[in-house]
Design a binder for this molecule. Structure first.
Ligand code: HEM
Length: 415
């Protein structure tokens, strides 16, 4: 197995799709320049996500020790992972009871308004970025006045060493989340304390977390705040790139935009195809816990392994014309953007809902939209993420009459 001259983990200049295609064809299990191994093919990635005895999620540098209470849900081994996962699932499922959809629609309408009035702006900064952080903050029960601070904290933590190294400069064990974002942990601690001290706490995610036990044991306050922070990070950085990637595609493809106007029922398919074609997480990192052989290559215990989600999603063994953005795929949801196995994303349906509404409101309110030239996609600075940093557009709004008509026609569809 040759050592690669280019690094498939490096998406700092965009996901290296040509290199990934070469790897799928010639070298499905490769060794990267940083010493990690990389899985390029769809079926290998899917099988590896299911093999949690061999591969354990890892965002951090090799050998970093994390306090057990500060282990993110992705990092917790079975069987405890499954138990904590059930608590998280039940809390996220709140959105199904219809409380979130009107909130997201109202939020998107408010955010798009100033852009339409001005006729131009950066869609990523002004429209896309506030949506997921505000929605997670709303679900957690955060005071609306503090929603913007939540978005800032999420960026701070995801881009900090906490998410990658969690190590002090002297090499000692890391200072944890409180060391990186003390205001954030203090805020979460206060939310927990307030609900614990209240006779009539609000019906929100934090209250549910406090009330739920695992094998008769409640989570400690530090465990709760760790999972709350992770929920914000995992739901924010990812969904933001889903919406931004989708809008970038729609605004650079006039035929797609007019096709969507003619047939609104295609919106969920655009969401799925965007997730396949441009997954918000291009790679998942794992620690290899025991020696394993894949595609004839032996991966030793103790190394890092990257699961190439973006590569898997463009595998011609699984998808016809994988580089094409197509709306006629037989199983549009059959992609690996949300991972697979026991850690498959529990927020997938919430992310799909946000993506769908963000695009619907965009179509409701925007008549014409073009990306300002010269446009060169600048990738975001988070190594595992895949989304544009900016999307400068010029747009014209739909007149108030058309907006009314579009809402009326949607109501009829639902009846
Ligand atoms: C388009 C948006 C999203 C994408 C592409 C995405 C993708 C993923 C992927 C690939 C994983 C698996 C990680 C692994 O195996 O190591 C994951 C896990 C997770 N996601 Fe998402 N996610 C999205 C949105 C959300 C949302 C909205 C939430 C919740 C608010 C969320 C919460 C989580 C959590 C808690 C986990 C850890 C699950 C576990 O380890 O059992 N995600 N996500």
């Amino acid at each position: 197995m040759p050592l690669m001259a280019a690094d498939p983990l490096d998406a700092s200049a965009g996901v290296p799709y040509e290199l990934l295609a070469d790897l799928r064809a010639e070298c499905p299990v490769s060794r990267t320049t940083s010493g990690a191994y990389f899985l390029a093919r769809h079926d290998d990635v899917l099988a590896a996500t299911r093999d949690v005895d061999v591969f354990q999620a890892s965002f951090r540098a090799s050998g970093v020790v994390v306090l057990p209470e500060e282990q993110l849900i992705s990092e917790i081994p079975e069987p405890r992972h499954g138990k904590i996962r059930r608590i998280i699932n039940s809390a996220i499922a709140q959105h199904r009871i219809g409380r979130v959809e009107p909130f997201v629609r109202e939020l998107c309408n408010q955010l798009i308004e100033p852009l339409i009035m001005r006729g131009h702006g950066d869609l990523v900064a002004e429209y896309v970025t506030p949506i997921p952080a505000t929605v997670v903050a709303h679900l957690l029960g955060v005071d609306p006045a503090d929603h913007a601070r939540f978005a800032e904290w999420s960026d701070l933590v995801v881009q900090s060493a906490y998410a990658t190294e969690n190590r002090r400069h002297d090499g000692a064990e890391g200072e944890g989340l409180a060391g990186v974002a003390p205001d954030f942990t203090a805020y979460l601690d206060e939310m927990i304390a307030e609900r614990k001290g209240s006779a009539d706490p609000p019906d929100d995610f934090v209250t549910r977390l406090i009330g739920t036990s695992v094998d008769g044991e409640h989570l400690t306050d530090v465990e709760m705040r760790t999972q709350l922070a992770f929920l914000l990070m995992s739901g924010n950085e990812t969904t933001r790139h889903l919406i931004a990637n989708m809008l970038e595609t729609v605004c650079t493809d006039a035929a797609l935009l007019s096709g969507l106007r003619a047939e609104r029922g295609l919106v969920p398919t655009v969401v799925e195809e965007s997730l396949r074609h441009d997954p918000p997480i291009h790679v998942l990192m794992r620690d290899c816990l025991e020696e394993v052989t894949i595609e004839g290559v032996t991966i030793p215990a103790g190394v890092k392994v990257g699961f190439g989600l973006a590569s898997a999603n463009r595998d011609a063994r699984t998808y016809e014309d994988p580089d094409e953005f197509r709306l006629d795929r037989p199983s549009a949801k059959d992609h690996l953007a949300f991972g697979g196995g026991p850690h498959v994303c529990p927020g997938a349906s919430l992310a799909r809902l946000e993506g769908r509404i963000a695009l619907e409101v965009f179509l409701d309110r925007v008549d014409e939209a073009t990306v300002d030239e010269p446009y060169r996609r600048e990738p975001v600075p988070v190594f595992w993420a895949n989304g544009p940093r900016r999307l400068p557009v010029t747009l014209t709004g739909v007149g108030p009459k058309e907006v009314e008509r579009s809402f009326e026609s949607r109501e009829t569809e639902f009846i």
